[in-house]
Design a binder for this molecule. Structure first.
Ligand SMILES: Nc1nc2c(c(=O)[nH]1)N[C@H]1C(S)=C(S)[C@@H](COP(=O)(O)O)O[C@H]1N2
Ligand SMILES: [Mo]
Length: 340
């Protein structure tokens, strides 16, 4: 295939504003007064702990690469430098039984993520210390984070303090808690693993119209009649509500990350305090809907010429719009201006 025709933006992604690097997930490491170190253990010949200073003195490699978050924003030309994972692994000696590699964060929730060892090496994973020539900021994972090119960004763990070589894979935090796909290839759109619930249970819950507080990731409600659905506090990542009737439904405080609302009837629906990161509302009817306090990183309101319907009773406060990509921000502002 002619390389020239390979698009730069993976499917379903939007380009963030120039120089913008959104903050996603945990905002800081587990509080500790211990100095920063990186320990490599598990199936290695010589388990080793590197001090931050030792890492800084090893040969540094610079990589300029594109990052792709599962919540549908991408950013180009991110300039990181640090130590190549392969250099560190060579120095400790990897056992032949090692097949997986787990990256563990200094995190209150024991955050980690793992990769197939061959993938981690072939991507030239970087143990990054610097961004744009400056030490990585704390909220972006400083002083030590891994950067895994060629996978969704959740594989790049902030506040890295341990690397373990394993013979059997160990699912990471997002992969276990949120059903994020363990392979995470943005070019294949590997965002989520198979749904957590079976069809019969889904049908029962749909009949009852009560999803409140339940984890129903990836549930398929497309074309369903669900007016007045109670989905307060539900976990509905990747749920499919395409063309469904959800008039006057209550999604307050729900996790709707990457949910699909294209063409849905959302008249009078409540989205107060919801996570709408990566969600898609293009062509939906938002008359009377309330989005107060919603999180909109990577949210799509309109695509392929399909705009949502809004009216003077739609509540989309100005103060939630900043995380949108420039195109989506403009689109929403134009829509709102029609009713100013
Ligand atoms: N320790 C830790 N690492 C993490 C996360 C997290 O919540 N905790 N979130 C992941 C996700 S989903 C993304 S998109 C990136 C976000 O990194 P950023 O906040 O620097 O953009 O970090 C990844 N690494
Ligand atoms: Mo992410």
């Amino acid at each position: 295939m002619n390389e020239h025709f390979q698009p730069r933006l993976p499917p379903g992604q939007q380009l963030a504003a120039p120089n913008k690097w959104p903050l996603i997930g945990e905002r800081g490491p587990r509080p500790s007064s211990d100095p920063w170190t990186l320990t490599i253990s598990g199936l290695v010949d010589l388990p080793t702990t590197f001090s931050l200073d030792q890492l800084c003195k090893l040969p540094q490699t610079e990589r300029v690469l594109d990052i792709h978050c599962v919540t549908r924003w991408s950013q180009y030309d991110m300039r990181f430098s640090g130590v190549l994972l392969s250099d560190l692994l060579n120095s400790v000696g990897v056992s032949t039984e090692a097949r997986f590699i787990s990256f563990v964060s200094r995190s209150t929730r024991n955050h980690s993520s793992s990769l197939d060892l061959n993938d981690a090496l072939s991507f030239e994973t970087l143990i990054a210390l610097d961004f744009n020539g400056q030490p990585l900021s704390v909220e972006h994972g400083g002083p030590i984070r891994n950067i895994v090119p060629g996978r969704y960004f959740y594989k790049s763990v902030k506040w890295l303090e341990a690397i373990e070589l394993l013979s059997i894979d160990r699912l990471g935090f997002w992969e276990a808690e949120s059903g994020y796909h363990n392979h995470a290839d943005p070019w294949q759109e590997e965002r989520y693993m198979a749904p957590a619930i079976d069809r019969r249970l889904a049908a029962e819950l749909i009949a009852k119209r009560d999803f409140s507080g339940l984890d129903l990731r990836s549930i398929d409600c497309s074309l369903r009649e669900l007016p007045g659905l109670n989905a307060r506090g539900s976990a509905l990542r990747d749920a499919n509500f395409r063309d469904a009737n959800l008039a006057n439904s209550d999604f307050s405080e729900a996790n709707l990350s990457n949910a699909h609302f294209q063409g849905a009837n959302l008249q009078g629906a409540k989205f107060v305090g919801t996570d709408l990161e990566g969600a898609n509302m293009s062509g939906a009817n938002l008359c009377g809907a309330d989005l107060t306090g919603a999180f909109l990183t990577g949210t799509t309101f309109g695509e392929s010429g399909k705009l949502p319907q809004i009216d003077s009773t739609t509540i989309i406060p100005e103060n939630i719009l900043a995380p949108l990509t420039p195109d989506q921000l403009q689109l929403v502002k134009d829509l709102l201006a029609g009713f100013a």
